[in-house]
Design a protein. Sequence first.
Length: 412
Amino acid sequence: GRFGSNILHSIVKQKYGKNVSWIVYPAARTMSYVGDSQISFQLKEYPRAINSFYNQTAIDIAAAQPSVRLDPATLLYSSKSPDGSHLLRSAQFLHKELPVRIAHRISGFRSLPFIVGCNPIIISVHELYIRAFFILSEFRAITDLETEKQYSEMLKNLLDDHRDVVTKLASGFQECRKHIKEEELVRQFLDRTLTSRLGIRMLAEHHLALHNEQPNHVGIINVAMKPKDVVDRWADFTRQISDHKYGKAPEIKCNGHITASFPYIQIPIDYIIPELLKNAVRATIENNPDKPESNLPPVIVTIANNDADFVLRVSDRGGGIPHHMVDHVTRYHFSTASITQEEDTGLFSTMISESNHGPSGPMYGFGFGLPTTRAYAEYLGGSLTIQTMQGIGTDVYLRLRHMDRKQGGFRI
Ligand code: ADP
Ligand code: COI
């Protein structure tokens, strides 16, 4: 509490140029200030995250409701109607559902250890969610297509305003890392926040995509996704970035079920694949510093497709993950890439942000790639497993369930 109030004190001082002292009631998670009677503080002058400790009824009511998770088949078969009524129904669903999900995220921020919740970057993300909550929940009832259009416009802006949330969380937690005693608590917070956010963004993107006619797509669902095409596209991209950074890049080859195609949502795949390729390419290059490009061992992606699920294995000959690190690489903030080195920040960080599709901002060097990827895979009813042969290389298996209702599938 003492540390927390000191931080708040300096934030308030910095932002408002006034001194205040605080009484902190950690158990109740509420706080008030004991006024220096000279200072009159309006409630609205508080940063919104702090204001919300007082003014939380709307958020509390929404947070008490369960979210409604959708079967992807429901998204797929939400049939198109010429009069646009499917757009109305979809917007009405989001109008009800998104405030509930956002309120759950706000509860998550409120339950963080006090010292973590007071980090300025984390407060700024917390505030972003409070802002989103009010924008979404105060939007008028959607009863006609003109209102729906404005709702979609607002959603698009929100998606944009929240684009860098993952990067912000990564740096916020990085800053207060040394104060974190309950690592498990933070892991749970990040897993839930990031996967729930993925779900929220997929729903919002789906609604926006219903407005456009894209070949082979119903909303965000690619009705004939070819894993090989997705891998190839990201392989080119990863190699370009590697070439730019190191002046060379290993070949990335695809084998197995290279002709397979099936309905799937490409958004999470577009996040996961480049993360895995980036790791494999980096290990290959760092393990073979003196080899010219033509002698670099290739990264091999094997695709396996079957009735229940599909598997992508990314194999590299990058020397493997040392014994003492194996158990740590899927922990948030475990990275052997130094983000303090100016030169390294730019390395692959541009990669995800340039793509502009993924639900994340720049990643590289925060040690967020593998834990986030694993959380996403599990959210989608799959798994991420790592087999490493020290001295040789690493195989990463990404297993994802088909979105078929009969197989149990998953929910968004
Ligand atoms: P980052 O790439 O930001 O460091 P990741 O979560 O993607 O974060 O990876 C964490 C760490 O795991 C990396 O810094 C690296 O040391 C190790 N690692 C990941 N993939 C591989 C691989 N294929 N071969 C060797 N080491 C790896
Ligand atoms: C996020 O991206 O953080 C979201 O929750 C998106 C939502 C505000 C539309």
